[in-house]
Design a protein. Structure first.
Length: 145
């Protein structure tokens, strides 16, 4: 549904929240709190600055993947993740570059992903999937207005 709206140039932002129902027993099979959130890019940590950043779409949604360095222009999108080790085993990451109508236009496995939008892309959004099951979603990056 989100991609249908985006394809029709509706500027809708994406969020992640947890659907907490279980507060006393914590395990992967339970709907515990703290499993979905947004990470806001803000110059200041005060209420008005954070709300302004959220209104502008300066945030990403996550269930555990942490975004590192990134460069976003209309010609190139480069994202890196902060690779948080899971014990002694490093996680693997898949970058899905999603464009018009939800099509995965490119898929890259690694610690970073790069995509050069085509002239036909209305928007690009990125979903990063970790081998531990956690995910990250960027806001749509508008290529054409």
């Amino acid at each position: 549904m989100w991609d249908q709206l985006l394809s029709n140039r509706k500027k809708i932002l994406g969020l992640a929240t947890d659907d907490a129902h279980h507060y006393h027993e914590f395990n992967p099979e339970k709907a515990n709190p703290g499993r979905g959130w947004i990470q806001v890019f803000s110059e200041d940590l005060n209420k008005s600055a954070i709300l302004e950043s959220m209104s502008s779409g300066d945030f990403y949604a996550s269930t555990g993947v942490e975004l590192g360095d990134f460069t976003i222009t209309k010609n190139e999108i480069v994202l890196e993740i902060n690779d948080l080790e899971n014990g002694s085993k490093k996680n693997q990451y898949t970058f899905n570059f999603i464009t018009n109508k939800g099509v995965i236009s490119d898929q890259i496995t690694g610690l970073s992903g790069r995509y050069c939008p085509s002239k036909n892309d209305v928007y690009v959004r990125v979903e990063i999937i970790c081998s531990d099951g956690t995910r990250l979603w960027t806001q749509p990056i508008w290529i054409t207005d």
